[in-house]
Design a protein around this ligand. Structure first.
Ligand code: NAP
Length: 474
């Protein structure tokens, strides 16, 4: 049994009240770790440590801050094996995926923002003969970073890296469902020699320590990634104190397949975009709309590929591991059962896999229009629907028929059609003839109920700083 610790003031420490929560390995459904159930006392200690570190960290020359973050990136890479194994054990994702995507991306997040700050400029506005204005971007102070369980270290570091790079001190709250790599990150922060109090990590329940973090008067901003309903609670709480918030929320992403597309590539990538990480990625395409003229051909090829996906022990060569928790497995099953009751046709899958752990079959559904629950509610699992569309206008209307607006994929060889459709889809991210091709400089985030604000590149540097105009008379 592993006992995880909080990371406060540069030290790995037990929770003040000595309370712990069970942490499960979803591949076998057994408890393998205890995690701190943090309280106000832990939060106060973390806030004090962060406040004490802030003057020094924020005034450190950017080259020095950058070096610290580069060193941390190097250490993440050097510990790839241990971090990938921990991520897989905690979340259930195939260890091969954690090695290829999650952990390299965590290192890349630190490296990217470490480089960004030394290459960043500021703006000046000159009033000829009268004055010069320059914009100073000051760090906010102590900020909170709250992340979900699906891409644990990847998403936590996507927030921590720009926050630290811009001179803030951070209190991070990983999901209680997947805390292990955050715990290991604390050890690496120590090894990197990052000064005590600059990054603090508190474990525990969202509605407990998470909410306390959001409510604490000394926390100047909250960067949150998670579900839309949690985002609403956080937005309401933060509004009381006029806190800055960045909210990256749920999605119900459409994939539009036009009849002139590269057929094989569209099929293969749509399988990947539906089932990578067990479908537990906010960017997964869960509603596939296919032009009528190729619908049957696409369906046959798609279902045949899905039936070849290998589901099993994430430590072996598989395409999908278990879902993250017993509760989530039940939630996914409830969505599918509800669709069945409403008349859905299950083309493949649709059931739990009877074995130890939280496994669900990759599932393809048809026969439900875009307004049915299965096409409106986020399932966040290995479940995808196929729906035919007539023409461009019909495809756009169907794509925009939910409250969400995170990501969309368009498959076509007609460049003009791609532009026309992309401009009319209400999504923060549009991929044309690809999926999950990410450039960290681009704005990342959703429209409508998928979020408020953007992460990535300059957007993140702006979020974690306060602009101040300084006007000097000539
Ligand atoms: P969640 O339940 O909203 O939790 C997200 C994080 O918020 C967790 O750390 C959670 O802690 C914490 N939390 C819960 N209630 C809180 C509160 N009242 N105050 C402060 N923190 C609180 O989401 P999830 O189930 O972990 O993640 C799945 C969701 O995330 C999906 O909807 C998915 O689409 C979304 N997501 C969005 C993006 C994006 O970039 N837009 C990326 C990935 C995932 P506990 O886990 O301890 O409860």
């Amino acid at each position: 049994m592993i006992t995880l610790k909080n990371f406060i003031g540069g030290e790995l420490c037990d929770p003040a009240h000595g309370n712990y929560l069970d942490n499960y390995n979803p591949s076998i459904g057994e408890v393998y770790a205890q995690i701190p159930d943090s309280s106000q006392e832990d939060l106060h200690a973390a806030v004090n440590a962060a406040n004490a570190a802030f003057p020094m960290w924020s005034q450190l020359p950017i080259g020095e801050r950058s070096k610290h973050l580069m060193k941390l990136a190097d250490l993440i890479e050097a510990n790839l094996d241990q971090l990938a194994a921990a991520e897989s054990q905690d979340n259930g994702k195939p260890v091969s995926l954690a090695r290829k995507v999650d952990i390299p991306r965590a290192a890349a997040n630190f490296r990217f923002f470490a480089a960004a700050i030394v290459n960043d400029g500021t703006s000046a506005h000159i009033m000829e003969g009268q004055a010069v204005n320059y914009t100073r971007r000051a760090p906010l102070g102590v900020v909170g970073c709250i992340s979900p369980w699906n891409l644990p270290l990847y998403l936590l570091t996507w927030k921590i890296a720009p926050a630290l790079a811009t001179g803030n001190c951070v209190i991070a709250k990983p999901s209680e469902v997947t805390p292990y790599t955050a715990h290991l990150l604390g050890e690496l922060v120590q090894e990197a020699g990052i000064p005590a109090g600059v990054l603090n990590i508190l474990h525990g329940r969202g509605a407990g320590i998470g909410q306390m973090l959001v409510d604490h008067a000394d926390i100047k901003a909250i960067s949150f990634t998670g579900g839309t309903s949690t985002g609403k609670v956080i937005a309401r709480s933060a509004a009381e104190q006029f806190k800055k918030v960045s909210l990256e929320l749920g999605g119900k992403n459409p994939v539009l397949v036009f009849d002139d597309c590269e057929f094989e590539e569209a099929v293969a990538t749509s399988v990947r975009s539906a089932f990578t990480n067990q479908g537990e990625i906010c960017l997964c395409g869960s509603r596939i709309f296919v032009q009528e003229s190729i619908y049957n051909e696409f369906k046959e090829a798609f279902v045949s590929k899905v039936q070849k996906l290998k589901v099993g022990d994430p430590n072996t060569t598989v395409d999908m591991g278990p879902l993250v928790s017993r509760e989530h497995l039940q939630k996914v099953k409830n969505h599918v059962d509800q669709a069945k009751k409403q008349g859905a046709t299950i083309l493949t899958g649709g059931e739990k896999i009877e074995r130890k752990g939280y496994y669900f079959e990759p599932t393809v559904i048809e026969g439900m229009d875009e307004y049915c629950a299965i096409n409106q509610e986020e399932v966040f699992g290995p479940v995808v629907t196929l729906v035919p569309f007539r023409d461009e206008a019909d495809a756009i209307a169907k794509a925009n028929s939910t409250v969400y607006g995170l990501a969309a994929v368009i498959w076509t060889n007609d460049l003009k059609c791609a532009h026309r459709v992309a401009h009319q889809i209400q999504s923060g991210i549009i991929w044309v003839n690809c999926w999950m091709l990410r450039d960290l400089r681009t704005p990342f985030g959703g429209m409508k109920a998928s979020g408020v604000g953007r992460e990535g590149g300059e957007e993140a540097l702006r979020f974690f700083t306060e602009p101040q105009n300084i006007c000097i008379k000539l």
